[in-house]
Design a protein around this ligand. Structure first.
Ligand code: GKR
Ligand code: MG
Length: 434
């Protein structure tokens, strides 16, 4: 089997005005859908980050892909996942995910790897999770991902989406948002995006969530490095009970050394809430120092930027070796990505937490998967009994996504700029802010 065609589709999908320490989500999130077609006419697909730079990086591989065997990807493209920067050079601290030039090659490799795995799976009649070692679970648990948000459901002008969840800029509204999401999808753990309002309000939000949901629902908070060491320790102390029951404190502060300082001070006070990260640890090169100083106890994997599914499995093995937990990170995405996440999670024994997903924030109107949105039931995605990723493209929907991309002015994610445009003209990303 040879790769006969390589098609790259830039699409835009409506995205609500969600807030984080990066700023504000734009009315459209950008994604790229890739198709690899074999000389037998089988099509493998994948979904990855969007925008112009990502397309250029994929396009640059065209001459290597056409005519190549999808079985031999590791041989000819694997230098893309090796030999990049070291330590802090790989950190995503100041850059939104998908815009870090230092993980450009691992991101691009990952997209091709997943499309090849889907192509191989569809050719030999096996699900991707079984190609990469075999599933250890048929159902993959995901967590609810509440955000502080402004009014609006995403999209612009006549293409505006319904605002399913409404404004949420106060603790009570955030609790309502979570209850709505839990009622609809059955999530059994919660990852809350903080770093937006005063820490005391975010502490109160977690306390209200804890009261509303009960101690059996694990809670996490992720301010994306918005706090000082001092504030992080204070939050860790005040939420010791709420985060301590199977939850975690994710990237409270910037940099491995600061994370280690937070950890040491909390442990000295008898608080063992683990610190998780997808900001201070974003590559294998970050791990030695992190382990040495006990900066991070849970790594968030994400096949989209860690270099694909097999790199995530290696990361899991490494995490287990060093006694670290493994969770999964996400960014705004559609069903093709969700299925990729579910397959790698299904085939990763040492995945110790429910995965993150932004999926509830996207609308059925934007889905490019044939048959519509991938179901999340009881908080889980079930691995379908189909070859490859188990999903096909709806080409009419894909065409609509391409049209939206062509019409919208966005070509990269820039949450800081959106914040200045819609909320505060003088807003700047400050790390730490509090
Ligand atoms: O969607 O605004 C967002 C999130 O802040 C996202 O960009 C982060 O990468 O989900 C992410 C995280 O866990 O840090
Ligand atoms: Mg995070």
């Amino acid at each position: 089997m040879r790769i006969a065609d390589f098609r790259i589709h830039s699409i835009a999908i409506a995205d609500p005005p969600l807030r984080s320490s990066y700023g504000l989500h734009a009315p459209y999130a950008l994604r790229t859908i890739v198709e690899l077609e074999s000389d037998d006419g089988v099509i493998g697909i994948t979904e990855t980050y969007g925008g112009e730079a990502q397309v250029q990086q994929l396009e640059a591989l065209r001459h290597q892909l056409i005519g190549a065997s999808p079985y031999r990807l590791t041989g000819f493209l694997s230098p893309m996942v090796e030999g990049q920067g070291k330590g802090d050079a790989r950190s995503q601290t100041y850059l939104v995910p998908g815009e870090n030039p230092l993980d450009a090659t691992t991101r691009t490799y990952a997209a091709i790897e997943v499309a090849c795995l889907d192509l191989i799976g569809k050719t030999v009649g096996q699900p991707v999770c079984d190609l990469i070692g075999g599933r250890v679970r048929d159902e993959v648990p995901f967590s609810a991902y509440p955000f502080y948000k402004h009014t609006g459901g995403g999209g612009e002008g006549a293409d505006t989406r319904e605002d399913e969840y409404g404004e949420a800029l106060k603790p009570e509204a955030l609790v309502r948002q979570v209850q709505q999401m839990v009622a609809k999808y059955g999530f059994r753990s919660i990852k809350f995006k903080g770093g937006v309002l005063e820490p005391d309000i975010e502490i109160e939000t977690i306390k209200q969530l804890y009261r509303a949901l009960g101690p059996e629902v694990p809670l996490r908070i992720d301010p994306n490095s918005a706090w000082t060491v001092e504030t992080s320790v204070r939050v860790g102390r005040e939420l010791a009970e709420e985060l301590g029951r199977g939850g975690y404190l994710e990237d409270p502060t910037a940099g491995l050394e600061n994370m280690a300082a937070v950890r040491a001070r909390l442990v000295a006070e008898g608080i063992h809430t683990p610190l998780a990260s997808n900001v201070a640890v974003t590559s294998f090169a970050d791990i030695p120092r992190s382990v040495q100083i006990d900066a991070v106890q849970i790594i968030l994997c994400d096949h989209h930027y860690w270099g694909g599914m097999r790199q995530v499995q290696q990361l899991a093995r490494l995490a287990k070796t060093f006694g670290l937990g493994l969770s999964m990170h996400s960014n705004s995405h559609l069903g093709v990505s969700l299925m990729g996440m579910a397959h790698v999670a299904a085939a990763t024994p040492h995945l110790t937490y429910a995965c993150d997903t932004h999926y509830p924030w996207q609308s059925a109107q934007d889905e490019v998967v044939l048959g519509g949105r991938v179901p999340i039931v009881n908080g889980c995605v079930r691995i379908p009994n189909q070859p490859g990723l188990g999903v096909e493209l709806d080409y009419d929907q894909l065409a609509r996504g391409r049209e939206r991309y062509a019409k919208c002015p966005y070509r990269k994610r820039d949450d800081e700029q959106e914040m200045r445009k819609h909320v505060d003209p003088s807003w700047k990303r400050l790390l730490p802010r509090w």
